[in-house]
Design a protein around this ligand. Sequence first.
Ligand SMILES: C[S@@+](CC[C@H](N)C(=O)[O-])C[C@H]1O[C@@H](n2cnc3c(N)ncnc32)[C@H](O)[C@@H]1O
Length: 228
Amino acid sequence: MIELINGDCWVELPKIYSRYQDRNIILVSDPPFNIGYHYNLYQDNMNDFEYYSYMGKIFRQHPSVIIHYPENMYKLADAMGSFPLKIITWVYNSNTAKQHRDIAFFKIKPDMNKVKQPYKNLNDKRIIKRIEEGKTGAKLYDWWEVNQVKNVSKDKTTHPCQMPLEVMARIIGILPQNALIIDPFMGSGTTGVACKELQRDFIGIDIDEKYVDISVERLKNHSISIAN
Ligand SMILES: C[S@@+](CC[C@H](N)C(=O)[O-])C[C@H]1O[C@@H](n2cnc3c(N)ncnc32)[C@H](O)[C@@H]1O
């Protein structure tokens, strides 16, 4: 099941919660960072207090996976009234001062064994033995080096801050299979593409019709593979 909604998540989430009371809901999102980013419609410039209390209210009702700048996770944890049970760092090459973000798991612990990464040292005797035994890769580390989506990337959309599919697919892959994944700030729909590929139920919301149209288009055509 994949559902895309054009609307304000503050208004839409309660309706979804009452429709899916029997489901194991997990919110997974790369929300606006409140840094004055230039979106098509959304003004990314609340005052700090308003921003964190808003984010706290959106995310604290259900287990949530939130992607943010590391230093802001403390403020988010304060607003949510709970500490993350796990933090994974996403590292990327960039010519700006920011070269990593954190992925914080609130009220849920991911299963790091569920997604494999390629073995690094193929000459190591222990690795050779594991490959002979039919193992396909190593347990995920808690830091992931994945390039940001570049303007020249083949799946780049016109959304200004599209997440790499590999990051979202790893996150979804280490969450329970039966969860209903909701991205309240869906943007170009990368979380939805990951859910579609990994056969998870997904509901995405964006306030901007232009971005919902991009998500609809991407969800029609995408195909990826990740090691499992
Ligand atoms: C950081 S972007 C998400 C990018 C996304 N991860 C991707 O891969 O494209 C945040 C999105 O939140 C949307 N947004 C902001 N406020 C919203 C609200 N109240 N309800 C729903 N969407 C909202 C913006 O339009 C923007 O597309």
